[in-house]
Every structure is written in C-alpha cells, then in structure tokens.
Design a protein around this ligand. Structure first.
Ligand code: HEM
Ligand SMILES: *[C@@H]1O[C@H](CO)[C@@H](O)[C@H](O)[C@H]1NC(C)=O
Ligand SMILES: *[C@@H]1O[C@H](CO)[C@@H](O)[C@H](O)[C@H]1NC(C)=O
Ligand SMILES: *[C@@H]1O[C@H](CO)[C@@H](O)[C@H](O)[C@H]1NC(C)=O
Length: 514
C-alpha cells in the first residue's frame, strides 16, 4: 500500500514535469535517430522500429525480404532506425577491406556466441582480438602445414559414392529414392569433423546422424534466430541469463549438445601428443589456442562449414537436375576427362580446377542460390564515411550498421545481364564474354559469396575442394533424377544459414565406366 505522503508526491506537479520531460527527451532521441538515416528509404515506419527486419527473420526468408526492399528502394535501403542493407559490391568490398576502419555490428555476430562470455572468431567484436585470432587460425586453414586435407576429403567422397551404390541404387525394376539433402550433410559433417577434430563422426559409414549433430544444429540455429529477431541477444548473453537459458553442456539438444560432444574429443587430443600430428587442430594448438578456445572454434567450424557447403552442393545439383541441357554437357566433359586421365580413386583437386564447364556450373549454381545470406552488418566508423555507389556520392553517418543483401547482389541485372535470374553457366566462359572488364566485375561480385578482406571465409579452399570433387564423382558414377519435381526440397533460412530437407532423388548406375 502506498503511503499518503507518496501519493501526495505523485500529485505534486514537479513529478509530472519530470515524466513529461522524460517523454520529450525520448521523442527527441527517436526523432534524431530517425533523421540521421532519413536519406535512406525503407518500408513504412522503419525509421522508428525494426519490426519489419525482425519479422523477416521469423518468416525464415530474410534473404527475400532483403531482395524486395533493395528492388524497391535502391542499392542502400533502410531496415531499421540504425540499420541499412546494401547490394553494392563496391561498398561491401570497401567495408571489409583489410585496412578498413569499419568494424562488426553487434546484433548479428554477437548472437552467434554460444558460451557465456566466450567469443569465437566470428562473434569477436574487438578488431584487434579478431585480427590476432585470424592470424592464429589461418595457417591451419590454409593447408600450408602439410595437412592431409585432400586425402581426408577423398576418403569421404568414396564413402558417399559407396553408400549410394550399396544402399540406394535405383534399377529398372526398383526405384530407391533418398533424401539428398541429408546424405550430403553426412558428407560435409564427416569432412569437417575429420579435418577439425582429426577423426570423422562416421555418418556416412553408419548412414546415420551420429551424436545427432544434424538435429542439434537445426535446433541451435532456430533458437538463435528467434533470439536475434526478438532483439534479446544482449539480455540472453548476460552471464546469469546465459547460464540459465543459453546452451549448456547438460542439454540433450541444440548447440549445448554440440559443445558437450566436442569437449571430450578436444581433451583426448590435448592429452595425446599433438606436436607431430599435422592436422588443423594441431596447428591451432601450436598457435596457442587453449582448450576452451579450441572447443569454441571447432564447434563454430562445424556450424560454419557443414550446412553451408551442403547447401552449395544441394543447390548446384538442384539446378543441374532441372536443366537437362547443362546436365548433358557437363556429363560429357566429366566422361571425357575420366577417360583421358584414367586416374584411380577420386579426381585430384588440381584436375577439377582445370575443367572449364564444371567450374562454370559450380559458379553459376552458387550464384543462383548463394549458400549463405548472413547479414554480417558492418559498423560505419565514428565521424561517418563518404562512399560512391552507382556513381553517386553517399554519406554514411558514423555508427550506422550496413548489412549484406546476398540475393539482390548475385541476381543483379546490371552486373549479370538481363537473364540474371536464369541458370546459364555459359555466362562464365570467356569465349562467350569477350569483355574482360565485365568478366572482372562479375568475378569480383561472385567472390563476395565468401565475404571479403579481413572477414573473408577461412574455409573457402576447403569448401571449393569438397564441392568440385563431389559434383565430379557423383556425375561420373551415377545418373540422377529428382523424384519429387513438383516440390523438390523444403527450405528455411535461419539468419542466413539454410536448412534443407526432403530433397528426394534417385541415382542409377551410369553405363559409362572408366
Ligand atoms: C560454400 C561454403 C561456404 C560459404 C559460402 C561461406 C561463406 C562465409 C561467409 C559469407 C562468411 C562471413 C564473411 C563476413 O563476416 O563478412 C564466412 C565466415 C567464415 N567461414 Fe565460411 N563459408 C563456407 C564454408 C566454410 C567452411 C567449409 C568452413 C570451415 C572449414 C568455414 C569457416 C568460416 C569461418 C571460420 C568464418 C569466420 C571468419 C572470420 O570471422 O574472420 N566456412 N564464411
Ligand atoms: C612439409 O613436407 C615437406 C616435404 O615432405 C617438408 O620439407 C616440409 O618441411 C614440411 N613442412 C611442414 C610445415 O611440416
Ligand atoms: C608422436 O610422438 C610421440 C612421442 O614423441 C609418439 O609416441 C607418437 O607415436 C607420435 N605420433 C605420431 C602420430 O607420429
Ligand atoms: C574470372 O575468374 C576465373 C576463375 O573463376 C578466372 O579464371 C578468370 O581469369 C577471371 N577473369 C577475369 C577477367 O578476372
């Protein structure tokens, strides 16, 4: 019960003055934020609220929301009081350049932190610390330390081919459709665990989601997306809250489960001699990462390196299976190569990179459906920055956040031509496009699929090695069909990472053998 004295105070006009001035101050702040970015247009009310932006994450199709608003409001559009998105390749490269004064925006990267108070390379907001961590990890990723990267990948390509041939081969008398989305994820998980932990999970060998990593990842991504959309990341990451609600190693699902699985693997490796091992983990240990940091980084690696590469392969295959003209042409190139080279086992990476049509198909498949649409907002340095976009000079106020709009960028008619929305690998062949400047522009835009400069994907060489070998060997060995073409896959986008399922296909023995 409030005391009479207190009630008297509430009625005192000085109290009201305080309330009114508080509201006025709040309104002034809102109007100031609204006006700071008012040069940039966006959906109704976007200067005052992030509602539309948040909502787009909860529809699981944020990439299409980014495309709609860029199409409507131009190459820099506004999605919130302090948030812009862009499809300008120059601006994206400028912000991530090695010596750029831009930094990371908190709302996105910080949301990916899954241990209270402990950052990994992708959630680290401090530029100096991030730079140092990259330096520690780059040697392990670059393959320059005699890592057995290629032979590890080959092993799992053979297991994948073997699994299909022994268990899922369709014949003239019996079709055996299977979910390509799931099997290809078994492959990417085996590769990433093999190169990351030194031993594969064994998903392909056992044809199951060992330790339920697939399930854990999907739940973890969904939960993270909801937290991010509701704008409660900061709250969720307060140490006490994170301990109560965040991923915990006692969890039976989600990222907590992943961490719990990773820790003993790391511990086992640290207890054994790692100095004379030549894998990624050994390289990270040599660079000075401690046990906790190793757990954080390897779990990140699994999230960053499995769904992404799997999505790239699913998309390339989906476009191939639905474009018989391209499929036949690629198959001819692959057969000719197999016949000529007569190699045993899996095609070497150095050979894959020499096949012009295969490379064009991979590039075009990744352009049609970029495997990642992470917002990865960059923060404009204090004092602001003047940039030139589409020949126009634009001032970006300090502290504003600018996100990456993958879909409109990679489907841009200005960059890729009027048929940018269509799968046509021939656009990448220099015999069809003599204009070198145009090709360079297309190349540079395409490279942004892996990010740029100081934030560029560390796993790019690994991903490209996996993709080239898998596409080659799957087409060399089998004939492929979509078995549910009216509904080829189910897809949802978790804050930029795609989750696919129900991609039903059939594979039958390819008559050609070499
Ligand atoms: C087709 C597959 C892949 C695509 C399209 C892709 C794309 C990206 C993108 C767009 C970023 C963020 C760039 C930015 O922040 O501006 C990124 C970061 C990263 N990726 Fe990938 N990635 C792929 C596969 C992989 C694989 C296989 C691994 C691990 C083996 C990996 C490890 C990483 C790491 C560690 C980072 C963080 C780098 C940093 O924070 O400095 N990625 N990737
Ligand atoms: C890698 O292997 C080569 C030849 O086997 C050797 O000369 C070189 O010292 C090795 N490098 C490292 C970093 O182990
Ligand atoms: C690494 O070195 C230790 C002792 O120096 C040895 O016992 C172990 O067998 C070696 N491991 C490998 C993989 O060479
Ligand atoms: C474009 O990229 C391809 C590799 O994907 C390269 O072979 C070609 O030389 C590049 N062309 C230009 C003009 O940059």
């Amino acid at each position: 019960m409030a005391s009479p004295a207190l009630l008297a105070q509430v009625h005192d006009h000085r109290w009201w003055l305080l309330v009114v001035s508080f509201i006025a101050l709040y309104a002034v702040r809102k109007i100031q934020t609204y006006r700071r970015l008012s040069a940039f247009k966006g959906p109704f009310g976007v200067g005052f609220t992030s509602f539309w932006h948040s909502w787009s994450f909860l529809t699981w199709r944020s990439h299409l929301f980014y495309k709609e608003i860029i199409d409507e409001y131009g190459p820099i559009a506004r999605v919130g009081p302090n948030d812009l998105v862009t499809s300008s390749p120059e601006l994206l490269a400028h912000m991530s350049a090695v010596r750029s004064p831009y930094s990371r925006g908190e709302w996105y990267n910080r949301a990916t932190r899954y241990q209270p108070g402990k950052d990994h390379i992708f959630s680290e907001l401090d530029e100096e610390k991030h730079k140092r961590r990259r330096q520690q990890m780059a040697p392990g990723y670059s393959g320059k330390e005699n890592l057995s990267l290629e032979s590890s990948i080959d092993l799992h390509v053979l297991e994948l081919v073997d699994l299909i041939r022994t268990k899922y081969l369709s014949t003239e008398t019996q079709a055996r459709p299977f979910d390509f989305a799931r099997k290809i994820q078994f492959f990417t998980l085996d590769v990433i665990s093999h190169v990351g932990f030194g031993e594969p999970f064994g998903d392909l060998r056992t044809d199951q989601d060992v330790n339920e990593y697939v399930k854990a990842g999907e739940i973890g991504l969904t939960v993270t997306t909801v937290g991010l959309a509701l704008g409660i990341t900061r709250f969720l990451q307060l140490p006490l809250v994170a301990r109560a609600l965040g991923p915990s190693e006692k969890d039976v699902v989600g990222f907590g489960r992943m961490i719990a699985n990773a820790r003993p693997l790391i511990q086992k490796r640290l207890e054994r001699e790692t100095d004379n091992r030549s894998d990624m983990l050994a390289s990270f240990v040599r660079s000075g990462l401690d046990a906790d940091e190793l757990v954080s980084e390897t779990v990140l690696q699994i999230i960053a390196g499995s769904d992404t590469t799997a999505t790239a392969l699913r998309s390339i295959m989906l476009y191939l299976f639905s474009h018989p003209r391209v499929y036949a042409k690629l198959q001819a190139e692959i057969h000719a190569t197999a016949q000529e080279r007569k190699y045993k086992g899996v095609i070497p990476d150095s050979e894959v990179r020499k096949l012009p049509y295969l490379q064009a198909v991979i590039k075009e498949g990744m352009r049609m459906h970029p495997p990642i649409t992470d917002s990865v907002p960059k923060r404009v340095p204090d004092g602001g920055d003047t940039v030139v976009v589409d020949g126009k000079s634009v001032f970006l106020p300090g502290g504003a956040l600018v996100s990456y709009a993958a879909w409109p960028l990679h489907h841009s008619k200005a960059i890729f031509g009027d048929d940018a929305g269509v799968f046509r690998p021939e656009r990448w062949l220099s015999k069809n496009l003599k204009d070198e400047k145009k090709m360079l522009e297309m190349n540079r835009t395409h490279e942004l699929i892996f990010g740029y400069g100081k934030y560029q994907c560390l796993g790019k060489p690994i991903a490209l090695m996996e993709i080239g070998k898998v596409v080659f060997e799957l087409l060399r060995n089998f004939d492929w069909c979509l078995s549910n073409p009216e509904n080829p896959w189910s897809e949802y986008n978790c804050m930029g990472i795609f989750v696919h399922s129900n991609m039903s296909v059939t594979a039958s023995e390819q008559d050609f053998k070499s």
